[in-house]
Design a protein around this ligand. Structure first.
Ligand code: 13P
Length: 258
């Protein structure tokens, strides 16, 4: 499987951190450290909803793409506190994280809600970053591949053959998120290869060749080079390290194949 068919994506997930006033200083520190990054990767930063306008304004001149961290599965209506795909697209958001394990664990999102959100994103023009991953108990029980395959098949259930090409899959082992524990490059590669096999079984060889699969979970400047060198890992979804310009820059540079 040749990596050059797929775009490399380095995506930050700022979670519930940062203020609008911090975006410009963050960017001014980051950009000199990653000259010409757009030649080798697409850089995305997924910010909290209130920060979207400022992120769009500041990042635009530097070709950093902006993503949201969640959205409603509904189109519009009486859903207090929710944000729709149309509202995200309306202001120029390109990406949206769907099914992050924190949303599944803390807010009760199920495979079924994830599936509805994936449909909502793909029916518009958003690129959903669909998160899958196992707990430590599940890994130790040896069910990682089956579980991740089920999560992915559920997330894409009913998505027509011509639709999934805008999707991005992120493999985020839950035990590696925010813990400082990272999957070994071999383990991460093995699950990402399985993810690609599932995509192939659902949508064929072309889809499997072009849909990017990211790794997430305590990715940092030290482990990024080995993880990003794996055949089926096309980038990263980065939490803590994406809030520090020097660390985020080092990860973006680690994705440079030249
Ligand atoms: P950390 O990089 O902080 O482990 O977070 C990973 C993550 O959850 C990205 O979505």
């Amino acid at each position: 499987m040749n990596k050059r068919y797929r775009r490399t994506i380095i995506a930050g997930n700022w979670k519930m951190n940062m203020l609008a006033s911090g975006i410009k200083p963050f960017t001014e520190e980051l950009i000199p450290l990653v000259p010409d990054f757009h030649k080798w990767c697409e850089t995305v930063v997924c910010v909290p909803f209130p920060l979207l306008p400022e992120a769009l304004r500041v990042f635009k001149s530097y070709r950093i793409r902006v993503g949201a961290q969640n959205m409603s599965q509904f189109e519009s209506g009486a859903y207090t506190g929710e944000v729709s795909s149309a509202q995200l697209m309306d202001i120029g958001v390109g990406y949206v994280i769907i099914g992050h394990s924190e949303r599944r664990e803390l807010y009760g999102e199920t495979d079924m809600t994830v599936n509805k959100k994936v449909h909502a994103a793909l029916n518009g023009s958003l690129c959903p970053i669909i998160c899958v991953g196992e707990t430590l108990v599940q890994r130790e029980a040896g069910v990682t591949n089956n579980l991740v395959a089920t999560q992915l098949k559920s997330a894409l259930y009913g998505v027509q053959v011509d639709k999934p090409h805008r999707a991005v899959i992120a493999y985020e082992p839950i035990w590696a998120i925010g813990t400082g524990k990272t999957a070994t490059p071999d383990d991460a590669q093995q699950v990402c290869r399985e993810i690609r096999a599932v995509i192939r079984s659902l949508y064929g060889a072309h889809a499997a060749r072009v849909i990017p699969v990211l790794y997430g979970g305590s990715m940092n400047e030290k482990n990024a080079p080995d993880l990003l060198a794996q055949q089926d890992i096309d980038g990263g979804l980065i939490g803590g390290a994406s809030l520090k310009p020097a660390s985020f820059a080092a990860i973006i540079n680690a994705a440079n194949p030249f």
